[in-house]
Design a protein around this ligand. Structure first.
Ligand SMILES: [Zn+2]
Length: 67
């Protein structure tokens, strides 16, 4: 099971969420940048580094979260 899931928004920004957070937010997932709902799932990964290489970072409920 993948720990992180990365998303891309219509506004062009990418962000990463913990997969368990995504589950609890299902149906209510919005972009942390523009609060829009045009969010598309990109990929799931176990490697935060892999996510970071996509210039994304974890941001859950408005605060930054380290691994
Ligand atoms: Zn957005």
């Amino acid at each position: 099971m993948s720990i992180y899931t990365s998303f891309k928004c219509k506004c062009g920004r990418e962000f990463v969420l913990l997969s368990e957070e995504v589950q609890s937010m299902k149906g209510y997932l919005v972009c942390p940048y523009c609060s829009g709902r045009g969010v598309k799932k990109e990929k799931a990964t176990n490697s935060l580094k892999e996510c970071m290489s996509a210039r994304a970072y974890i941001r859950v409920n408005g605060y930054l979260r380290q691994k």
